[in-house]
Design a protein around this ligand. Structure first.
Ligand code: SF4
Ligand code: SF4
Length: 233
């Protein structure tokens, strides 16, 4: 198992690699793909995304303008302590019962001006993923050929803006992760806690059956306590 220092060093290296990814290469990919959104709305539905992750700044903007009720701990919790409490890197937007984003009306985003960073950059990305042969490389566009239109003419300034925004998002996400891991380390040490996989699995089974769980969400440098269950969320 990797030490905290190794993980943190890897994440710092990832930030450097993203920052160093040549702008000319990224903008040229964006220009060649020539993607334009046709407003089909699939990225706001469970067909494309099972949750909308919020950076701290997104969560803050949505809490201030819409309220906390539309947020929940991002799914796929990172840790569970020996007392059965979960910890996760951030909030996500809630989904409706059909799995669509809570802000999606079926035609449009109800809070378009407030939409999270991930919605603003989608479908662009800049993080490493394995291809079908297992080769790990940077991926730049999500769901290529599955939505929108292609080979449209994009001007250089628009391509550079997209490239800059995507890099900014990916780096902000990793920075949030580094801070989260640092807080986990100090919190567990201070309270004599350990991550327990067996406890994690058992509590998740309880949750799936309708039980309540305690989830601590990393938000603005602290842990926010949430009590959630399938029925009340
Ligand atoms: S916040 Fe708006 S743009 Fe983002 S997934 Fe939800 S409905 Fe779509
Ligand atoms: S970004 Fe893609 S999936 Fe989302 S509305 Fe536009 S075309 Fe549809």
């Amino acid at each position: 198992m990797k030490s905290d220092k190794t993980k943190s060093d890897e994440l710092e290296k990832e930030i450097k690699d993203i920052a160093a990814f040549p702008e000319s290469e990224f903008t040229s990919i964006i220009r060649d793909v020539g993607f334009e959104c046709d407003c089909c709305g699939k990225c706001c539905t469970s067909e494309f995304n099972d949750h909308v992750f919020l950076l701290d700044e997104d969560a803050e903007r949505i809490i201030d303008n819409v309220g906390r009720d539309c947020l929940l701990p991002a799914p796929y919790y990172d840790f569970c302590d020996n007392l059965g409490r979960f910890y996760v890197i951030g909030y996500a937007l809630k989904s409706k019962t059909n799995g669509n984003c809570i802000f999606y009306t079926g035609k449009r985003c109800e809070h378009y001006e407030l939409r999270p960073s991930i919605c603003r950059i989608y479908p662009y990305m800049l993080h490493r993923e394995a291809d079908e042969h297992g080769n790990i490389e940077f991926r730049q566009v999500s769901g290529l050929d599955e939505h929108g239109t292609y080979h449209n003419e994009l001007d250089d300034a628009a391509c550079r803006d997209i490239s800059g925004d995507v890099k900014k998002y990916e780096i902000a996400f990793i920075r949030q992760k580094i801070k989260f891991l640092h807080l986990i380390k100090t919190h567990f040490k201070k309270h004599g806690l350990t991550h327990k996989r067996q406890v994690y699995d058992k509590r998740m089974r309880d949750f799936e059956k309708g039980g309540e769980i305690e989830v601590y969400v990393f938000y603005n440098g602290e842990f926010d306590k949430n009590i959630i269950s399938k029925t009340i969320n």
